[in-house]
Design a protein around this ligand. Structure first.
Ligand code: FAD
Length: 284
C-alpha cells in the first residue's frame, strides 16, 4: 500500500483500464478496479472503443464508478464520427457522473466508410471541449511519432497545435526504449510544449499481445527486449515476471530522469500492476 501522502513533488501515477466486452456484464471489471484503487493511484483512465464500436455508455459508467470509489477518473473520448451536438450531450453525461477529466482523441481511422463528424483532428475536439466546459483535458502524444505522420518533427508541430488548443497535460503512447522518450521530451521543450507529460509504460506479459501492438502502432522493440520475449515466450510465468521486471527498470530510469508522471497500461491485470507498484512505490 502507498503510505506516502500525495504532494506536488511526487511523481504522478495513473492507470489505464478498458471496459469489458459487451458480452460480459459491466460489473466484471469492478473487482479489478477495487484492487487498482487500493494502490491509490492519482487517477484511472478508461478507454473508448474505436470508431464503429462506441463504448461511451460503458466507458462513462466505469469512469463514474471509479470516481464514486474515491479516485479521480479520466474518460477517453474519440472524435471520429462525433458531431458537436453529440459532444455536448457527452459532456453533460460526464458531469452527471462527476468525471472532470477527458483524454481527447481523434481515434484510429477505420478501414470502412464512416461518418466524418465535426472534428477532424484531436486538437479540434480539445478546442470544442474547452469552449463548452471546464473539463481538464489531456492529449495523446507519440515519442516515436504518430504512424500517419511523415516525421517526428511534423508530429511535434501538430502536437503543439493540440496543446495550444487547450490540452492541460499529455500522456504518451507506450515505448520500450526510454531514450526515445528523452529525445521526444527535449524536442517538446524546443517546440514550446510546456505542459506536463506522463510517460506511457506497458508491462508486456505475452508475446502475441506485444506483436499486435507494435505492428499496429509502429513501436520500436529494442534488442534487449526482443531477447526477453524470445527467451520466455513459451513459459507464461517467466514471460510475465520478465515483463514486470522490464517495466520496473524503465520506470526507475524515468523517475530518476525527472519524468513528471507514469501512466501504466494495466491491461486490466491487477496482479501485474500490484507487483510493479510494490517495486516502485518508494521512489515515486
Ligand atoms: P491527432 O492528434 O488528431 O493526430 C492524428 C494524426 O494527425 C497525427 O499523425 C498528427 O500528426 C496529425 N495531425 C494532428 N493535427 C493535425 C493538423 N492540424 N494538421 C495536419 N495533421 C495533423 N484510441 C481509441 O480508439 N480509444 C482509446 O481509448 C485510445 N486511447 C489512447 C490513449 C493514449 C494515451 C494514446 C497515446 C492513444 C490512444 N488511442 C486510443 C489511439 C489514438 O486514437 C490513435 O493513435 C489515433 O490514430 C490518433 O489519435 P490522436 O488523438 O493522437 O489524433
Amino acid at each position: 500500500m502507498n503510505t506516502k501522502e500525495k504532494t506536488k513533488d511526487r511523481v504522478v501515477l495513473s492507470f489505464e483500464v478498458f471496459p469489458p466486452k459487451k458480452t460480459s456484464p459491466i460489473s466484471s471489471i469492478y473487482e479489478t478496479l477495487d484492487k487498482l484503487i487500493e494502490l491509490k493511484p492519482d487517477s484511472i483512465s478508461v478507454t473508448y472503443g474505436a470508431a464503429g464500436n462506441d463504448t461511451s455508455a460503458r466507458t462513462f459508467e466505469i469512469a463514474g464508478q471509479i470516481k464514486e470509489r474515491g479516485v479521480d477518473s479520466v474518460a477517453h473520448l474519440i472524435s471520429i464520427g462525433l458531431t458537436k451536438e453529440d459532444l455536448l450531450k457527452k459532456l453533460e453525461l460526464l458531469k452527471e457522473k462527476n468525471v472532470n477529466t477527458i483524454l481527447a482523441l481523434r481515434g484510429d481511422k477505420p478501414d470502412f466508410p464512416y461518418p466524418k463528424g465535426d472534428f477532424e483532428h484531436a486538437s479540434d475536439l480539445v478546442a470544442a471541449i474547452k469552449e463548452n466546459s471546464d473539463f481538464h483535458v489531456i492529449g495523446a502524444a507519440y515519442p516515436e511519432g504518430h504512424l500517419e505522420c511523415p516525421s517526428l518533427v511534423d508530429d511535434i508541430k501538430n502536437l503543439k497545435k493540440k496543446v495550444d488548443a487547450g490540452c492541460d497535460s499529455l500522456i504518451t503512447q507506450l515505448f520500450f526504449d526510454n531514450e526515445d522518450f528523452y529525445k521526444f521530451r527535449d524536442m517538446c521543450d524546443l517546440a514550446g510544449i510546456n505542459v506536463p507529460i506522463e510517460a506511457g509504460i506497458m508491462p508486456v506479459v505475452n508475446k502475441r499481445q506485444i506483436e499486435k501492438m507494435v505492428s499496429l502502432n509502429n513501436i520500436r522493440v529494442p534488442k534487449k527486449f526482443m531477447k526477453i520475449m524470445n527467451s520466455y515466450e513459451n513459459d507464461k510465468i517467466a514471460m510475465r515476471d520478465a515483463g514486470i521486471a522490464y517495466a520496473v527498470d524503465q520506470i526507475v530510469d524515468l523517475v530518476s530522469s525527472g519524468a513528471y508522471g507514469i501512466h501504466l497500461y494495466t491491461m486490466n491485470n491487477p496482479y501485474v500492476a500490484e507487483k510493479i507498484f510494490e517495486a516502485v512505490k518508494n521512489i515515486l
